[in-house]
Design a protein around this ligand. Structure first.
Ligand code: T3D
Length: 264
């Protein structure tokens, strides 16, 4: 499959999607959304997907919506319904990533601005180069943070920081982002690729069926009571307990050997 706005590959259970419009800092356009979904379809074909990695080509991760594509206009001089664009392109992608039953890693190689920050934070594990930054660009151009950002920010860093960043259109560097709990880790720029690969390999060899259920439970906790949560755990654990990986995990423990998980 030939892509023009992304790069895609999948090997040993690890699918990698690289946003590939480096001259525009990988700004998002319709074609990119379409290709992203096709790549995800490929990634999910068969039952061998264990991890998805998202990153950017060149010096940026993603600069949000492509502002050179006349996004404010409906083509007839009238204002465009940006809500419709979110409904059509942005929201389905964010929701699809969130629902993916395997861990999603964003490897944030450079600036993540606007909806590019949302895309980065839609991943389950965010690892960033020290020079990367998150730019809450929306306030600078008279828009509202979107593609899940008004959800991700307060959940991860609390109201004070979420409001400060969003209302001031501020940016936060990768080191602070790690300290604030916005991302999992910040690493030296030259280490990002190796660290991402190591993380992806580690997760792809893990009991990914259980990890898929785990992320489902962790995200559900944001809207559920303790009672609902323990009930959900009961159902998910029943499923995990029937997996081959669970049998293998216990057998490997008892035999004092490393478990060979299959992700099922
Ligand atoms: O309908 C809908 O799509 C609605 C949804 C909206 C969601 C959104 O994401 S709105 C927010 C859109 N994004 C922005 O407002 C960010 C705009 N970009 C910037 O503020 C800065 O470029 C950055 C802070 C991201 C990086 O700054 P810097 O100094 O490192 O790079 P630069 O020189 O500004 O940009 C490099 C090139 O990328 C430059 O092109 P040139 O001059 O070399 O030909 C620049 O125009 C281009 N670029 C950067 N961001 C975008 C972009 N081109 C198109 N769209 C962009 N968003």
């Amino acid at each position: 499959m030939e892509f023009e706005t992304i790069l895609y590959d999948k090997a040993a259970g690890i699918a990698r999607i690289t946003l590939n419009r480096p001259a525009r800092l990988n700004a998002l356009c319709e074609q990119m959304f379409e290709e992203f979904h096709v790549a995800l379809d490929h990634a999910e074909q068969g039952d061998d997907l264990r991890v998805l990695v998202i990153t950017g080509a060149g010096r940026g991760f993603c600069a949000g919506a492509d502002l050179t594509m006349n996004i404010g206009s409906d083509g007839t001089g009238g204002p465009m319904d940006l809500g419709a664009a979110l409904e059509r392109s942005y929201n389905p992608l964010i929701m699809r990533l969130r629902a993916l039953p395997v861990p999603v890693i964003s490897s944030i190689n450079g600036v993540a601005a606007g909806a590019g920050a949302s895309l980065a934070l839609a991943a389950d594990i965010c690892i960033a180069a020290r020079s990367a930054k998150f730019v809450l660009a929306f306030a600078r151009i008279g828009l509202v943070p979107d593609a899940g950002l008004t959800y991700f920010l307060p959940q991860r860093i609390g109201m004070a920081r979420a409001l400060g960043l969003s209302l001031l259109g501020e940016e936060v560097g990768a080191s602070d982002a790690q300290q604030w709990g916005l991302i999992w880790r910040c690493v030296d720029d030259l280490q990002l690729s190796d660290e991402t690969d190591a993380l992806a390999r580690r997760l792809s060899g893990a009991a990914t069926h259980a990890l898929g259920l785990t992320k489902h439970a962790i995200y559900a906790s944001q809207t559920q009571t303790l009672e609902q949560q323990v009930n959900m755990e009961r159902h998910l654990q029943a499923r995990a307990g029937q997996s081959r990986d669970f049998r293998e995990g216990v057998a490997a423990f008892l035999a004092k050997r490393i478990a060979q998980f299959e992700g099922r």
